[in-house]
Design a protein around this ligand. Structure first.
Ligand SMILES: *Cc1c(COP(=O)(O)O)cnc(C)c1O
Length: 407
């Protein structure tokens, strides 16, 4: 019997279990104060699914109850109605066609599964701090060595993102093959400018590298000069794959729908010298291993682009960004240095002098009964910062702001 021993290299999911352990220890010791706890650590939405989405899903369920309108297996790539609505509403003028959009049940899965189409021996660059999925899926795939005592894996190229470089990593000196970029960023809540993305696209083209661009938070961009898609950058169609999700804009975290855009012009040279289209490899992968997102879910996702759906999603974004603004201002008023939170639902806060990320976690828990996420949990370069999520009710956010002011 052989197992995939790469899995044994994984650090046993350290961040969220450790948060849970510390919260449990505190609640056990402080049963009288437990009701005061407010969770600002999670990256999950809190507001209900838009009415337009629920209406469309109800109607689709009813269609499933009638033989004449029943849908069995759908296309593995997603239904045309959704792929077309996405292109029309999200990629107008960006030279993306409906058949370059692959519908799925989540960007977490897609950003992990994409490694199926890449071979061994690629040099992989990831930003630090980072969404842990990119790292762990590469460990599972065997693209790394062992982790060191700081949790950094041998073989990965870490690109530190700190206040000093505006949370946008320097272009690597060495050649890498795959680069994960996520903007607006989780966890830092910061954005990439057009000029910065142009530099990455130029690097990728010059080095035959591919940018895996996670735009899960695209809908939170408020500043019209901030790019929402890598495909706004000239040349990206030959060097980038973009991941998008309905999770954070439409509140689909519990419904599951996302998509991956692979331009047909994105090709790589195989060892035989043959030009191979990554679109066709991903199409083959999905057709073989995936049977499509469910019909009612895809109808619900398409309703995000209806006039009612757009208005309801805009109201959700306004709610969360209003929260982010309150949290930013509360931290600034408390004398803290704050990043992000202007085009993303995360506020990234520098710990006061002399306190590290976990120290700040404990302080916020003990003194304010607010659970935040320690920056070091997202990577070594996150040390000295903490993340406050704006995914919350307004009432909770206002209370958190009062408690930050009272610290
Ligand atoms: C929330 C999130 C996603 C979305 O994942 P789903 O599987 O579509 O819910 C993707 N990337 C990042 C960085 C995220 O934070």
């Amino acid at each position: 019997m052989h197992i995939k021993e790469n899995f044994l290299k994984l650090k046993a999911g350290y961040l969220f279990p450790e948060i849970g352990r510390r919260v449990t220890a505190w609640t056990d010791a402080n049963p009288d104060k437990t009701a005061r706890l407010i969770l600002c650590g999670i990256g999950d939405v809190t507001e209900p699914l838009p009415q337009a989405v629920r209406d469309a899903m109800h109607a689709a369920i009813d269609e499933q109850g009638v033989a004449a309108t029943f849908h069995g297996y759908g296309p593995e790539q997603g239904y045309g109605f959704l792929r077309e609505a996405i292109v029309e509403n999200q990629f107008a003028a960006l030279k993306i066609s409906a058949d370059e959009v692959f519908i799925s049940d989540g960007s977490k899965c897609d950003t992990g599964n994409i490694l199926d189409i890449f071979g061994k021996g690629n040099k992989i660059a990831i930003t630090d701090p980072v969404y842990p999925v990119y790292v762990d899926t590469n460990v599972m795939a065997g693209n790394t060595g062992e982790a060191d005592e700081n949790g950094a894996y041998e073989g990965l190229v870490y690109l530190p993102c700190t206040a000093e470089n505006d949370f946008m990593p320097a272009i690597p000196e060495e050649k890498v093959d795959l680069i994960y970029l996520c903007y607006p960023n989780n966890p830092t809540g910061t954005t990439a400018s057009r000029a910065q993305l142009e530099a990455w696209v130029a690097y990728a083209r010059a080095n035959d590298a591919i940018i895996l661009y996670d735009a899960a938070y695209e809908a939170f961009v408020q500043d019209p000069s901030v790019p929402r898609s890598i495909f706004e950058i000239e040349g990206a169609h030959t060097c980038a794959i973009e991941f998008r999700s309905f999770s954070k804009n439409g509140g689909f975290t519990g419904v599951r729908c996302a998509y991956t855009v692979i331009p047909k012009s994105l090709t790589v040279t195989a060892s035989t010298g043959e030009q191979v289209s990554l679109h066709s490899l991903w199409n083959r992968r999905q057709a073989t291993k995936f049977n499509g997102a469910s019909y009612p879910v895809q109808r619900g996702a398409a309703a995000v682009f209806s006039p009612e759906g757009k208005a309801q999603v805009a109201a959700l974004i306004e709610h969360y960004m209003g929260n982010a603004s309150l949290l930013r201002n509360a931290c600034i008023s408390a004398g803290l240095t704050v990043f992000g939170g202007e085009n993303a639902p995360y506020v990234w806060v520098q710990c006061p002098q002399g306190i590290d990320s976990w120290g700040m976690f404990d302080k916020m828990l003990e003194d304010a009964q607010v659970v935040i996420t320690p920056g070091s949990g997202f990577g070594a370069a996150g040390e000295g910062y903490f993340r406050i999520s704006s995914f919350n009710t307004r009432e909770n956010v206002e209370e958190v702001c009062r408690r930050i002011a009272a610290l």
